[in-house]
Design a binder for this molecule. Structure first.
Ligand code: RIB
Length: 304
């Protein structure tokens, strides 16, 4: 069975549904409240596991009861959490999410224990992490830790897929990108990282910094692939979105699984688009991540 490692964040999400996203200074009534397991790293781990990969998650939870709950959920989703450490003096990561009618969201993230994922943790887990064919990374753990890890990876294995989320300004983004095989920003992240306002130009700016390929996640429009001198669009799937939280994480999980199974990149992007679209049709982060048979059914339906 193919193997993915995910180094990243794990959060408890506090989610409020609202009619529309509030303006600065505004107080407004919420429609509902719920709490779900989330965090970009943990979401990508669960996404890949539900789609059929053997997944190990690397990161930290706090000494609180959320920490126990978050670990239990990962374990119930067949994600290996043996290398996850607890930070007894820190709370677990938390995210406050507003979801508007139609699925659009805003997220405020408080890192908690995720901020303690440091280079010495990387040293402790590196050998286990390298057992995988694919390594998934995001930016909810400290950037110096990701830079440290990228510099320690062997040249050819594992394949590194970096999700540069949440968005970082161009100035703050100085990772050794030559060891990143695929970077998967959404439009906002791509523009923030490059200072450009056009997907193709922005993608090429990242390529010039040494990334292997750029896949820009474009929500209901699907995704754009920028590699070498080519620029291609992969249309999205038609679904009725209720909550876009973790759609990008489902995309990355789907991309990783499809690539690890040996699918060509073009097919892997279509797979990832299907996983991302399905994640928008249900509420919450981890509860919304699709099972493999759902992705296959959507792909079959759209092929007819
Ligand atoms: O990508 C979605 C995730 O971002 C949420 O689960 C939340 O925890 C934030 O980190």
């Amino acid at each position: 069975m193919l193997w993915c490692s995910v180094l990243g964040s794990v959060n408890m999400d506090f989610v409020v549904e609202v009619e529309r996203l509030p303006s600065p200074g505004e107080t407004m009534p919420g429609l509902s409240f719920a709490r779900y397991p989330g965090g970009k790293g943990a979401n990508q781990a669960v996404a890949a596991a539900r789609l059929g990969a053997r997944v190990s998650f690397f990161g930290k939870v706090g000494g609180d009861t959320f920490g126990e709950e978050l670990l239990r959920t990962l374990h119930e989703n067949k994600v290996n959490v043996e290398a996850v450490e607890r930070e007894p003096s820190s709370p677990s990561g938390i995210a406050f999410i507003s979801v508007a009618q139609g699925g659009e969201n805003t997220i405020i993230y408080v890192p908690g224990a995720n901020a303690h994922v440091n280079p010495s943790y990387v040293d402790r887990v590196l050998a286990k992490l390298l057992a995988a064919e694919i390594l998934l990374l995001q930016l909810e753990i400290p950037l110096p830790t990701i830079a440290y890890l990228l510099k320690r990876l062997p040249r050819d294995r594992p394949v590194v897929i970096l999700d540069p989320a949440p968005a970082l300004p161009q100035k703050g983004f100085n990772l050794p990108l030559t060891r990143v095989d695929i970077i998967t920003p959404n439009r906002g992240e791509l523009f923030a990282l490059t200072g450009e306002k056009d997907v193709e130009r922005a993608g090429k700016a990242l390529l010039s910094r040494g990334v292997g390929r750029v896949i820009c996640k474009a929500g209901k429009e699907g995704a754009f692939l920028i590699e070498g001198s080519s620029f291609r669009h992969f249309p999205g799937f038609c679904v009725d979105p209720v909550d876009t939280t973790a759609a990008g994480d489902a995309f990355n999980g789907g991309l990783a699984v499809a690539l690890a199974e040996g699918k060509p990149l073009e097919e892997a992007i279509i797979w990832a688009n299907a996983a991302g679209a399905l994640a928008t049709t249900r509420k919450g982060a981890q509860p919304s991540l699709p099972q493999r048979k759902e992705v296959e059914a959507l792909l079959q339906k759209s092929a007819r």
